[in-house]
Design a protein. Structure first.
Ligand SMILES: *Cc1c(COP(=O)(O)O)cnc(C)c1O
Length: 465
């Protein structure tokens, strides 16, 4: 066998060994960043090192700093764990080393994104002719979608924002829930609107937009270019906005409707959960993640737009030496802010092939059922469940903010599972997100037991708090 085959085999073997140990390994990293830095931060060598030795050194140096985020008991943030076929597809994609710019540069990368994007739209119930830009995640998708929205609403007001920028442009109203994800604000910063452009709408008790307040806020302003941001899947509670009612109100003001559905959009792929995103297809643009609930490797998100020409109009460019861009049918590179880009279509194709329609629905349903099991298990241990568990997110309180923070810290140090904290409605809470294909009932039960153990020890040490 040649050297490259041996090297790739060894790399795959090391990766697989690591992954197969995740179900039993502590979820936290073995060492913290400061310790790792001390060990690894050495001067660059003058002489080259053979590739095989580099691989061995890399793996032994960095493995202690790995967190078992792809494992079955990581419930922090909203984190999936890459599916077997999707992981293998990414290994092959790295070997192929394709640049997903357009079909001239890689017919394979281009067609994989087209086909996988088509399957994705069909599964989550979006229009078949919508355009799909494969971006880094929902942050990228929110930025692209709001750039597209900016292009459209300003063009409708007679303003060419791509040519003339924002100085002197008509004011654009951005209407969004107080519970929007923070990446909407960062997108507004990057796009020159500024975060103060947001006209905030109140949310209901579970964090979904208050439709009556949306109507009031929309009715308050001057008619003009308007963007309404709705959300499917509140990052704390999992709540989904009433997309049908919200879109109908926005239409009365000729507003562009963007739906941030980083993980919540996947509810549409489950017959038992699709009612949560009823009306989703009526919007103009959508953000969705691949690396969260679809369980493809990092990084992967989708900026989806009902109006492909508008999508390309805000992003496409060409140059004298380039071919395959800027044509009547948008190419891959016309739908994303990058030029050179990794080929993400292969992992999405592989994940959707591996799961099939039934497997995606089952993944969504299973995570939701396990989230409810988490809530029931903790509730039975006298822990307060703060949100209505509508999807895969659970929020719990252990009493005071200080106690909740101590227990989050204790659970993270214990290592059985990993959960993070949040501040929601003024309270410190523990956040549970069940988003991994490999999590089982036993994983949830074991995690609940560990959390209750840490809570009991804390109650003993600090009875009054
Ligand atoms: C996670 C999340 C984002 C950001 O997604 P990234 O993939 O981290 O860029 C945006 N919106 C919502 C609702 C999210 O849950």
């Amino acid at each position: 066998m040649d050297d490259l085959t041996l090297l790739f085999q060894r790399a795959a073997e090391l990766a697989a060994q690591h992954r197969s140990g995740l179900a039993e390994a502590p979820v936290r990293a073995a060492v913290d960043a400061a310790t790792l830095r001390q060990r690894v931060d050495t001067a660059i060598r003058d002489a080259p090192t053979p590739a095989g030795a580099v691989l061995e050194e890399l793996v032994s140096a960095f493995t202690p700093g790995l967190v078992a985020t792809p494992g079955p008991r990581f419930f922090g943030f909203v984190i999936g764990g890459a599916l077997p076929a999707a992981s293998a597809a990414d290994v092959v994609a790295v070997g192929w080393d394709q640049c997903a710019f357009n079909a001239v540069l890689s017919p394979a990368a281009a067609v994989a994104e087209e086909v996988a994007g088509g399957w994705l739209k069909e599964l989550v119930g979006l229009p078949a002719d919508a355009s799909v830009g494969f971006v880094t995640g929902a942050q990228g998708a929110n930025t692209v979608s709001l750039a597209t929205a900016r292009h459209h609403v300003l063009a409708a007001a007679g303003w060419d924002v791509e040519r003339d920028g924002l100085p002197g442009a008509p004011v654009v109203r951005v209407v969004a829930s107080v519970e929007r994800h923070a990446t909407i604000d960062r997108a507004l910063r990057l796009l020159g609107f500024g975060t103060s452009a947001v006209e905030e709408v109140a949310a209901d008790r579970n964090g979904a937009i208050d439709v009556a307040d949306l109507e009031a806020v929309l009715g308050r302003g001057e008619p003009g270019p308007t963007i309404v941001c709705l959300q499917a899947g509140n990052v704390n509670t999992g709540a989904c906005d009433d997309l049908r009612a919200g879109t109908a109100l926005a239409r009365r003001h000729d507003a562009w409707v963007h739906v941030d559905g980083a993980f919540g959009l996947w509810a549409g792929a489950s017959p038992s959960k699709a009612h949560l995103v009823d009306g989703v297809a009526l919007a103009d643009s959508w953000s969705c993640d691949g690396h969260k609930w679809l369980n493809v490797p990092y990084d992967c998100g989708f900026a989806i737009c009902a109006h492909p020409q508008v999508h390309a109009g805000s992003l496409s460019y060409t140059a004298s030496y380039l071919t395959g861009q800027g044509g009547p049918t948008p190419a891959l590179g016309d739908l994303v802010p990058e030029s050179s880009r990794r080929a993400r279509g292969f992992t999405v194709w592989a994940a959707l092939r591996e799961l099939g329609r039934e497997g995606v629905a089952d993944l969504v349903d299973r995570c939701c059922t396990l989230a409810q099991r988490f809530a029931d298990g903790l509730g039975a241990g006298s822990v307060e469940v703060v949100n209505d568990v509508v999807l895969n997110q659970v929020l719990v309180s252990f009493g005071s903010d200080a106690r909740t923070d101590r227990i989050i810290d204790g659970v993270q140090r214990d290592g059985t599972c990993w959960l993070g904290g949040t501040t929601w409605r003024g309270r410190r809470l523990m956040r549970v997100s069940v988003s991994n294909w490999s999590t089982t009932e036993a994983d949830v039960d074991r995690s609940v037991a560990a959390i209750l153990r840490v809570a009991a020890a804390d109650a003993e040490q600090t009875p009054a708090d």
